[in-house]
Design a protein around this ligand. Structure first.
Ligand SMILES: [Zn+2]
Length: 349
């Protein structure tokens, strides 16, 4: 199966009432872990690469690893997504490389740090949408600013400094025509999201619910949504790691989001923790080992386990065979003839 449109994948998720995990990759083992988990749970999947990942792995390696995944697992729909594009040029280069979906994060300037003005965000996102939709490629935008920093991208802070304003979200979706919208509801990138188990004072699920009511056709995206489970932190620390105690986004809050329009859930930190914990364990227990396969194999297995668990929790498990993916050229036609344009049904406040 060729790489498929993320828009189609999310439309199907909306029909089925489930969410789809978007897992970050930098290397072959991470792609293998995700694909094994997808096959095991029969899940459609979004694999995403940040700018940092594209630099680390090099574009051609990443792209051909993705093609290998599509070739080896023809029964699994796979969308390949650019995570946090910082400019029109980054998104354009991803599209030209063969990504089937891009995120234009116009909530920050091209430096990836400084929050933008609303108009600036609308303008750059609209430009990306015009370029992408003509080519059948999906676009995710962001309104409001997430907390934390990951891969050098982010405004820092707690995640509560620029929570999304629902009025702005509606105007943004209408004026840009994005397929999916990342909103800021208090989550942060990285491992240190919350200093205690998050409640309504730090995780604004009520805002998410309101935005979905007013934008029922726009697929919502939760970023910084690793759950950072204690058992993964413990493995790292048990074998010489020094992570400070931290809390992520509880799975039940993500499941509540999925009931209210969340279709894409970004998970990276949990996989990083699983990999690092597994590698530390091998090196700690068997300091005589020096074949990278001795620790990469358990690391890959540890990540597969986390991904399969999330796929089941998000509800995407069992849905890989529900539909026949459309060719990207047909998706482009859908945007051109209006059948796919996201014209949000905006209901009164
Ligand atoms: Zn993100």
């Amino acid at each position: 199966m060729p790489l498929v449109s993320m828009r189609q994948l999310l439309d199907e998720a909306a029909k089925g009432g489930y969410g789809v995990g978007a897992f970050n990759v930098n290397n072959m083992e991470q792609i293998q872990a995700i694909m094994e988990a997808a096959q095991q749970t029969k899940s459609p999947v979004i694999i995403q690469a940040s700018r940092g990942a594209r630099q680390y792995a090099q574009d051609r390696y990443l792209y051909h690893l993705m093609l290998a995944a599509a070739e080896l697992y023809p029964e699994i729909p796979i969308a390949m997504h650019q995570d946090h594009g910082n400019s029109f040029e980054t998104c354009k280069s991803a599209i030209e490389l063969g990504f089937t979906s891009v995120m234009m994060d116009g909530s920050l300037k091209a430096d990836g740090k400084t929050p933008t003005e609303f108009e600036e965000n609308v303008e750059v996102t609209r430009r990306v949408v015009d370029f992408a939709h003509e080519r059948g490629v999906t676009v995710e935008g962001e309104i409001g600013v997430l907390g934390g920093i990951e891969d050098g991208h982010g405004a820092g802070g707690t995640g509560l400094e620029h929570v999304t304003d629902p009025d702005q979200a509606v105007e943004f979706a209408e004026r840009t025509g994005v397929d999916a919208l990342a909103i800021a509801i208090g989550t942060s990138h990285g491992a240190y999201k919350f200093s205690k188990k998050p409640d309504g004072s730090v995780l604004k699920m009520d805002i998410l619910i309101e935005i979905h009511k007013r934008l029922p056709k726009t697929h919502l995206v939760m970023h910084g949504s690793s759950s950072v489970p204690k058992d993964l932190q413990d493995v790292v620390n048990q074998y010489g790691g020094k992570l400070k105690e931290t809390w992520g986004v509880p799975v039940e809050e993500i499941q509540l989001g999925i009931q209210h329009g969340v279709r894409k859930i970004n998970v990276d930190t949990d996989n990083r923790l699983a990999i690092t914990g597994a590698i530390r364990k091998v090196l700690w227990e068997s300091p005589e080992k020096f074949d990278p396969r001795d620790y990469n194999k358990p690391a890959r297995e540890a990540m597969q386990k986390v991904v399969a668990t999330r796929m089941t929790q998000f509800g995407q498990a069992g849905h890989a065979g529900d539909y026949s993916p459309l060719a990207i050229a047909d998706i482009a036609k859908g945007y051109a003839d209006g059948s796919l344009v996201t014209a949000p049904l905006v209901s009164a406040k």
